[in-house]
Design a protein around this ligand. Sequence first.
Ligand code: ATP
Length: 291
Amino acid sequence: MRQAKRNTAIDADDHGLSLPTGEFAQPEYHEQRERAFELRNVSVHYGDTPAVKDVTMDIFRNNITALIGPSGCGKSTLLRCMNRMNDLIPSATVEGTLRYHGEDIYGPKVDPVQVRKIIGMVFQKPNPFPKSIYDNVAFGPRTLGMKGNEREIVKDALVRAGLWDEVKDRLDDNAYGMSGGQQQRLCIARCIAVEPDVILMDEPCSALDPISTARIEDLMLELKERYSIVIVTHNMQQAARVSDMTGFLMVQLTEDEKSRWGELVEYDETAKIFTNPADARTEDYIAGKVG
Ligand SMILES: Nc1ncnc2c1ncn2[C@@H]1O[C@H](COP(=O)(O)OP(=O)(O)OP(=O)(O)O)[C@@H](O)[C@H]1O
């Protein structure tokens, strides 16, 4: 398999919180990159309770964008806005503008099912269907009535998810018999099979061991040549290793501490966020001073 380029600065210690010192992938300039998403003043409430407020950021095509921050700061909520998954939570309301390649994905004529086809999602816990490996991958293309040779579509998705060699002789086996890491790559294959442009990943490695995690990280670096990836991660080392851009969110409180919501504190090149952040709160979080 092709050796993908990692940001090698802080590979080793997944629990250490020291600032990285090594070499990062060369940052590119924003202007040279194509925007995939433009978020403008995006706020989400669950009922009357704010979850995230006023997030404005551009997410670039063929980049890996990491969202980091302490628990409850709204990372998953924000991620779910990007493919209208929050529509499935009755109490959730989304305000502001969210454009994908210039089109308002919350526009009146936009079909959320189509949005989720183009902008796929991989969840924290591998969630294969209780079906064969083959049927898991074929499910999306069948449901959507995609044209083409189904076996080729399934094979192609498994190859791109780095799983083909491990499963080609047992495609009819139940997916539940796979390891956790294999199941997560199967979920990535299932996502890829419907030919998305973007893969949203919500803590995709948090249920995996370090070897499976490294495998998924390598896979992400390969996949970004073809897809745009947005990942929510609690693992700052993971964000530093794989992402091009990083957004740091934090919980804000009113003075009486009765109301809280998440805010995007800083968003920049990953190298900048991890070595020379503009905001002291980012630096404190990266250094492990706040959690
Ligand atoms: N379905 C929901 N209904 C009501 N409130 C919710 C729902 N999902 C999230 N919240 C609330 O919204 C806020 C942001 O949650 P969210 O899960 O987006 O944060 P997070 O940064 O992803 O957290 P974590 O890192 O712990 O997963 C939290 O206060 C949470 O309790």
